[in-house]
Design a protein around this ligand. Structure first.
Ligand SMILES: [Fe+2]
Length: 450
């Protein structure tokens, strides 16, 4: 295919076929406790399709099944939604929430595998990655659902939101550990600003609105653009059924945060929130890459530096700073610490906006300030590093990082299993074809979603 679209070339060249392979070759030793499935989603248009925006490409899930030291299978499947067959999102009756790429993330909750895209309903998949269909929580979800819900490690609840360019701009939901929506509320004061991710802490829900907002004059296919007139804000809401009435919005510096690293309440009850964030220039370089326009950066994320906000709700103030000089995205952590103070943070670093530097896995020690880097090699790009705790772990970083490598020189891919403590490679699983660079994924241990 000849194209000037960066999201259809290089590491992002779509996979053309759905395949199944069994008994994959393993180098090193796969820990037997890694028994389950690594699932990774991403935009992968069908052959011949040229979406106008990276995020409009159809979703494809890649799955790698590990069992007691063996790599039992690999399979990749498009999420078979109406949009895969051409159904339009906008109809005479408004948006069709089932016309989804379902290509952003895949999670498991209450035994269900859900492929997610923020403008749509989730799509349920079988453990073998076949599509069951749109899932609306027994009719209780009537809006879109974020691709970044948060499962509370202490309660098993799934917290999520649905955002829209039209009122209600922001709905908040809680599904209990059994997967039933037990609470929903419209959030006062929200606007049409793009909201890709959010956070929960022990006692609060944290929403983020940046300077990127709905723009009907934008014709990229996803009508959003940067606006200096759109105030950047953090919304802090007490958890619980009556919280929406008490949400407070705090002004922050201009920017657009795509992903939350984590949030928690510190010893003084302040809300600490961190996440890679772009400034105006970084957003424009990134957006132009996402739509394949001139003036784009060399990477899908440019000038993406981690910011930390400390919100003092009692004083009504926000302290904000950039805390690292590496351009990173895809922050992950041991999700047993989601919403709690975490010592360790993981991310993928990208070449800077001039193309210098490479792709690597980064581990931060937030206590000492140390940063450890695992280089993946020339022409190789890692996917989001998914943390899996070791059996009987006693330390936060006692576990494994799982990442899928796109290797352009070898036109091949491997699953790397790293020791999350030292970032040393423990095992490599060779996959039957190159997996295109994608977005988010999850480890589904056996017993969840089977
Ligand atoms: Fe995302």
């Amino acid at each position: 295919m000849t194209t000037d679209k960066p999201y259809l070339t290089g590491h992002y060249t779509p996979v053309a076929d759905e395949v199944t392979a069994t008994e994959l070759t393993v180098e090193g030793t796969l820990p037997p406790e890694l028994t389950g499935r690594l699932l990774r989603n991403g935009h992968n248009p069908k052959p011949g399709a040229t979406p106008t925006h990276w995020f409009k490409g159809s979703g494809m899930v890649h799955g790698i099944r590990l069992r007691e030291g063996r790599a039992e299978w690999y399979r990749n499947r498009w999420v078979h939604t109406p949009a895969l067959d051409g159904a339009p999102y906008m109809t005479d009756r408004g948006p069709d929430l089932t016309a989804s790429t379902a290509g952003t993330h895949i999670i498991e909750h209450a035994g269900r595998l859900l492929a997610l895209c923020e403008a749509n309903l989730p799509f349920e998949l079988t453990p073998q990655l076949d599509t069951v269909g749109a899932f609306d929580f027994e009719g209780k979800l009537r809006t879109a659902m974020t691709a970044h819900p948060k499962e509370d490690p202490l309660t098993g609840e799934l917290h999520f939101f649905g955002s829209s360019p039209f009122p209600p701009y922001l709905m908040y939901y809680v599904a209990d550990a059994k997967g039933e929506i037990v609470h929903s509320a419209e959030i006062p004061g929200a606007t049409a600003a793009l909201k890709h991710d959010f956070a929960i802490t022990r006692h609060h829900v944290v929403f983020v609105e940046g300077n990127v907002t709905f723009d009907p004059a934008d014709h990229s296919g996803i009508p959003y653009s940067w606006s200096d007139a759109q105030p950047a804000r953090i919304g802090v809401m007490p958890r619980g059924k009556d919280g929406a009435g008490s949400v407070r919005w705090f002004s922050i510096e201009p920017g657009n945060m795509l992903h939350v690293s984590n949030a928690y309440e510190d010893g003084q009850g302040r809300i600490v929130l961190e996440g890679p964030t772009v400034d105006h220039e970084g957003f424009q370089l990134s957006w132009n890459w996402w739509i394949g326009a001139p003036g784009r950066g060399t990477e899908p994320v440019s000038r993406s530096y981690t910011r930390r906000w400390v919100v003092d709700t009692a004083a009504g103030s926000v302290d904000e700073q950039i805390i690292d000089d590496l351009p990173v995205e895809f922050p992950t952590l041991n999700e047993q610490y989601l919403g709690l103070e975490n010592r360790y943070q993981y991310a993928i670093s990208f070449p800077d906006e001039k193309g210098f530097g490479g792709y690597s896995l980064v581990k931060y020690d937030r206590t000492t300030g140390a940063r450890r880097i695992h280089q993946v090699g020339d022409a190789r790009m890692p996917s989001e590093a998914v943390f899996v705790p070791a059996a009987g772990a006693t330390r936060e970083d006692d576990g494994y990082l799982l990442t899928v490598i796109s290797d352009l020189k070898q036109d091949a891919s491997q699953l790397l299993v790293l020791d999350a403590c030292g970032l040393d490679r423990i095992a490599t699983v060779h996959l039957p074809h190159r997996v295109s660079a994608g977005l988010h994924g999850s480890w589904i241990p056996d017993g969840a979603g089977d």
